[in-house]
Design a protein around this ligand. Structure first.
Ligand code: FAD
Length: 425
């Protein structure tokens, strides 16, 4: 067989898988549907956070043993290096693009009351980078290690055969069938291919499908330090937080999301937010330089993504998203598992064990916390958000809103009973 391994998808998971396998001496082919690896049009905030917090709660679950992959940043003048922690060895990714630092995250009410996620802004909350450049650098390392990469190659079918894997690919209108001993599917969210292999059976949706629209902006004039990731609330216009963050080339990103079934017009809502909300003065001289979008779904994560000659890797098997560092961890471990399988061992067991212990979203306790408290901007009006954020700030509470409200539920019920009645189901 020409290839030991075919990897589908040149996102963070697939590229890390391709690089690791090639460095271990495997004959690897990586297929990517996009023509250029650095041309990432699916929106991603491009923020790599320090620490191992979950997205909706920073509380480490206690119902399962979990140790997510974290990143240590080695920041230099131009040539940065990320060290991935909690893997079997020191795995690094070199990055030669721009890096903008976040020192904190602030949650801001219409009247300007705010609280922070971190206790002190002297810490580093995370870095915003150019994902296209990150992937391009990794692709170069793949090629140097001997991995063959074919861009403009969309995989349309995958089949497990007696002696390996057969992949049908469409390359510029022409169909070709390729064969390998094993496959790593790293084709991102909403993968139709993993369904063809039977992995989505009995996989339930845990929420509606969500659409996101991001405006890339030039010239935002906020009173907060630029290195603060902001979560702005103006429920009279839009019933959720609106993240305002950094983007490469001194730009900013402003993001809105809504469930598809509500048929909300995000273009109209973003325009209204920028022109009519309490935050409008910040955008008085702003120019929109790009628009990016994507869809997202909350789905039950796949419990055993490694089976037979197939390993699912990254977002395609996840609850919502593996995030860049999680996807790197998956790619690395998936390749190591394939190597073990080729040597006659059982790498699949090891990969499944890694996957089940690397993400908060496998914890029922973690997923359940979102049912114990509503997002404030969904249930409160502008005045309610002002009152709540003022109360949080006066008490010097820090953290993610859900964690703060649940940790201090008794005090909130006593001091702001009208608000408490709305935020707790
Ligand atoms: C709104 C939003 C914001 C986010 N913000 C952040 C953030 O700030 N920080 C962070 O760390 N993560 C963030 N993420 C998550 C992050 O983008 C993903 O978790 C990560 O990119 C997953 O990597 P992946 O390799 O699994 O998939 P992807 O990055 O989606 O890569 C999949 C690749 O497979 C290719 N592909 C798909 N189908 C085929 C096919 N049939 N044939 C060939 N190629 C195919 C795609 O073109 C793509 O290149 C965000 C996600 C969303 C939705």
């Amino acid at each position: 067989m020409k290839y030991d391994l075919i990897v589908i998808g040149a996102g963070p998971a697939g590229l890390m898988a391709g690089r690791t396998a090639a460095r271990d001496g495997l004959k690897v082919l990586l297929l990517e549907q996009r023509k250029k690896i650095n041309n990432v049009r699916r929106f991603c905030s491009q923020l790599i956070r320090t620490g191992d917090s979950g997205f909706s709660s920073a509380k480490k679950p206690t119902d399962i043993k979990v140790q997510p992959v974290t990143v240590t940043f080695e920041v230099n003048e131009q040539n940065h290096r990320f060290h991935l922690n909690h893997l079997d060895e020191d795995v690094t990714v070199d990055y030669q693009g721009p890096l903008r630092c976040y020192h904190n995250e602030s949650w801001v009410s219409p009247s300007g009351h705010y609280f922070n996620t971190l206790k002190s802004s002297e810490y580093i909350y995370g870095f915003q980078l150019d994902k296209g450049m990150l992937l391009e650098g990794l692709a170069e390392e793949c090629v140097t290690a001997g991995c063959e990469i074919r861009c403009g190659s969309k995989c349309i079918d995958v089949e497990e055969t007696l002696d390996g894997i057969s992949v049908k690919v469409n390359i510029e209108g022409k169909e070709e069938t390729l064969k390998a001993g094993h496959i790593i599917l790293a084709d991102g969210a909403f993968s139709p291919l993993i369904g063809k292999l039977g992995f989505n059976q009995e996989r339930s949706d845990l929420g509606p499908q969500i659409k996101l629209l991001a405006y890339i902006l030039d010239g935002v004039d906020s009173p907060f330090p630029e290195s603060y990731h902001l979560e702005l609330s103006a429920p009279s216009i839009y019933p959720s937080e609106v993240p305002l963050g950094l983007w490469v080339q001194d730009k900013f990103q402003l993001v809105m999301a809504a469930p598809n079934f509500l048929k909300m017009n995000l273009v109209e809502l973003l325009e209204r937010f920028m022109k009519q909300s309490a935050f409008a003065p910040w955008f008085a001289s702003t120019r929109i330089v790009d628009r990016l979008g994507c869809n997202m779904a909350l789905r039950m994560p796949i419990w055993e993504p490694a089976r037979g000659k197939v390993i699912l890797c990254g977002d395609n098997a996840a609850f919502a998203e593996a995030a860049i560092k999680g996807a790197f961890g998956c790619g690395y471990n998936a390749s190591k598992a394939i190597k073990t399988n080729l040597e006659g061992g059982d790498g699949n067991i090891k990969f499944n064990k890694f996957w089940q212990g690397a993400f908060y979203f496998h914890s029922q306790q973690y997923r359940g916390r979102s049912k114990e408290v509503y997002p404030p901007a969904r249930v409160l009006d502008d005045n309610g958000i002002d009152t709540l954020y003022k109360w949080i700030s006066k008490n010097d509470f820090c953290g993610l809103p859900g964690d703060i409200l649940l940790d201090n539920a008794g005090q909130l019920k006593e001091e702001l009973p009208d608000i408490a009645e709305k935020v707790f189901p």
